[in-house]
Design a protein around this ligand. Structure first.
Ligand SMILES: C=CC1=C(C)c2cc3[nH]c(cc4nc(cc5[nH]c(cc1n2)c(C)c5CCC(=O)O)C(CCC(=O)O)=C4C)c(C)c3C=C
Ligand code: FE2
Ligand code: FE2
Length: 363
């Protein structure tokens, strides 16, 4: 047995820094079996469904996991790509870009991506960063707005991992970036580019993922952060209060969720005579089932069926260059004070960009 007398990074070497880009997770395939596995883990998380366990466990395993998987799988099938689930594709590509951009800026960091539910699991990616010698790790959620169900749940998984370790790395957590100027600017630029091509709508609908209303009453800042993002985006676009509306989508279960609900709002607008709406989902950094299926297919159909004539869905930030620069800025600010710039490696940066391009990235 060898006994180390010095930490491994003390021999003229810098401690390595890791970044974990964390998203929600998505099923491995658009099948009922894969959906059952994914939904069991997701909806079994007490951060997501706060109903007391024995009761919720019975409802989840007795009813929901028998009914929902097949229905959800059929929806996923409509948006599945050759590379897999869109959420996975964007999350992976964004991590590759982040690695490339930070490398170009002279930061010697290792970026990995993880999913809170399913694969690649947070604990496995943290193991890999630790094995690569990372003694400092920045946790960067793919959620601009803090929510206990998403952000805090991702953090829980990190704490769980750290609890098992003797030598815990230095950890930092990005809590939110809902009012970040780069993020807002990238959203605004995307909307303006859409309008330059297609003209303006009568109303811009900003649809965020919903949450049970009681989480707002209990102090979760999610609702307020969504509204602030919406207001800042409207201001950046020069919109008056009556030209846009902030709504909440994806209601789940029978409780009252944050209102106004997206689809009923669209139907009401159509019935009031609003002919054209543009919908953007600023809370999702990458397109996924909630945007591609629920908004671009279902909500579109509901709006048109209610008498609207034109519905434009403005895609998520995805691999938008301005957004990726904003993301690198956010990471850079949170890396401040960590000695990441000791060993800049332009060749590695170029290599990661080429890898991103080879993966089909567009910029
Ligand atoms: C962006 C923030 C999100 C919040 C807040 C959120 C809360 C939340 N979600 C559910 C239930 C479901 N969400 C589902 C998909 C899904 N949710 C988010 C993001 C947030 N969820 C994303 C990015 C996705 C897409 C995943 C993908 O594979 O593309 C699903 C699965 C789809 C389905 O079966 O309808 C469920 C279920 C709850 C209950 C909740 C808060 C309490
Ligand atoms: Fe969700
Ligand atoms: Fe949904």
């Amino acid at each position: 047995m060898s006994m180390r007398t010095e930490p491994p990074y003390s021999h003229g070497q810098t401690a390595a820094t890791g970044i974990l880009w964390v998203n929600l997770g998505t099923p491995a395939a658009p099948t009922a079996a894969a959906l059952r596995r994914y939904l069991a883990e997701f909806l079994g998380d007490p951060r997501v469904v706060e109903i007391p366990r024995p009761i919720w466990w019975l409802i989840l395993h007795g009813i929901i996991l028998n009914v929902r998987p097949a229905k959800s799988a059929a929806k996923y099938a409509t948006i599945w790509t050759a590379e897999g689930s869109p959420l996975k594709v964007w999350t992976e590509r964004q991590a590759a870009y982040l690695q490339g951009l930070l490398g170009e800026r002279g930061h010697h960091v290792t970026v990995r991506w993880a999913m809170r539910y399913g694969e690649p699991a947070i604990r496995h990616q943290l193991d890999a960063l630790k094995a690569a010698g990372c003694t400092r790790i920045l946790i960067l959620p793919a959620y601009p707005q803090y929510c206990a169900a998403t952000t805090a749940s991702a953090f829980d998984a990190v704490y769980e991992w750290a609890r098992q370790l003797r030598w815990v790395p230095e950890l930092r957590f990005v809590n939110q970036y809902h009012d970040d100027a780069g993020y807002i600017g990238a959203l605004a630029q995307r909307v303006r580019a859409h309008w330059a091509q297609h003209g303006r709508p009568e109303r811009l609908v900003m649809s965020f993922h919903g949450m049970p209303e009681r989480t707002l009453l209990r102090g979760d800042p999610y609702h307020c952060e969504c509204h602030k993002t919406g207001r800042l985006l409207a201001e950046a676009l020069g919109l008056a209060r009556e030209q846009y509306v902030v709504t909440f989508q994806s209601r789940f279960g029978r409780a009252k969720w944050l209102q106004p609900y997206t689809e009923p709002t669209l139907v009401a607008l159509a019935r009031q005579g609003v002919g054209r709406v543009d919908v953007i989902c600023p809370g999702f950094t990458g397109d996924c089932i909630e945007t591609l299926e629920e908004i671009n297919l279902e909500a579109r159909a509901a709006f048109l069926a209610a008498g609207g004539h034109t519905f434009h869905y403005i895609p998520c930030l995805n691999d938008d260059p301005a957004w990726l620069r904003a993301l690198a800025d956010i990471a850079e600010r949170h890396l401040a004070g960590w000695p990441t710039t000791v060993a800049p490696d332009p060749a590695a940066a170029q290599a990661t960009r080429e890898r991103a391009l080879a993966m089909g990235a567009s910029a």
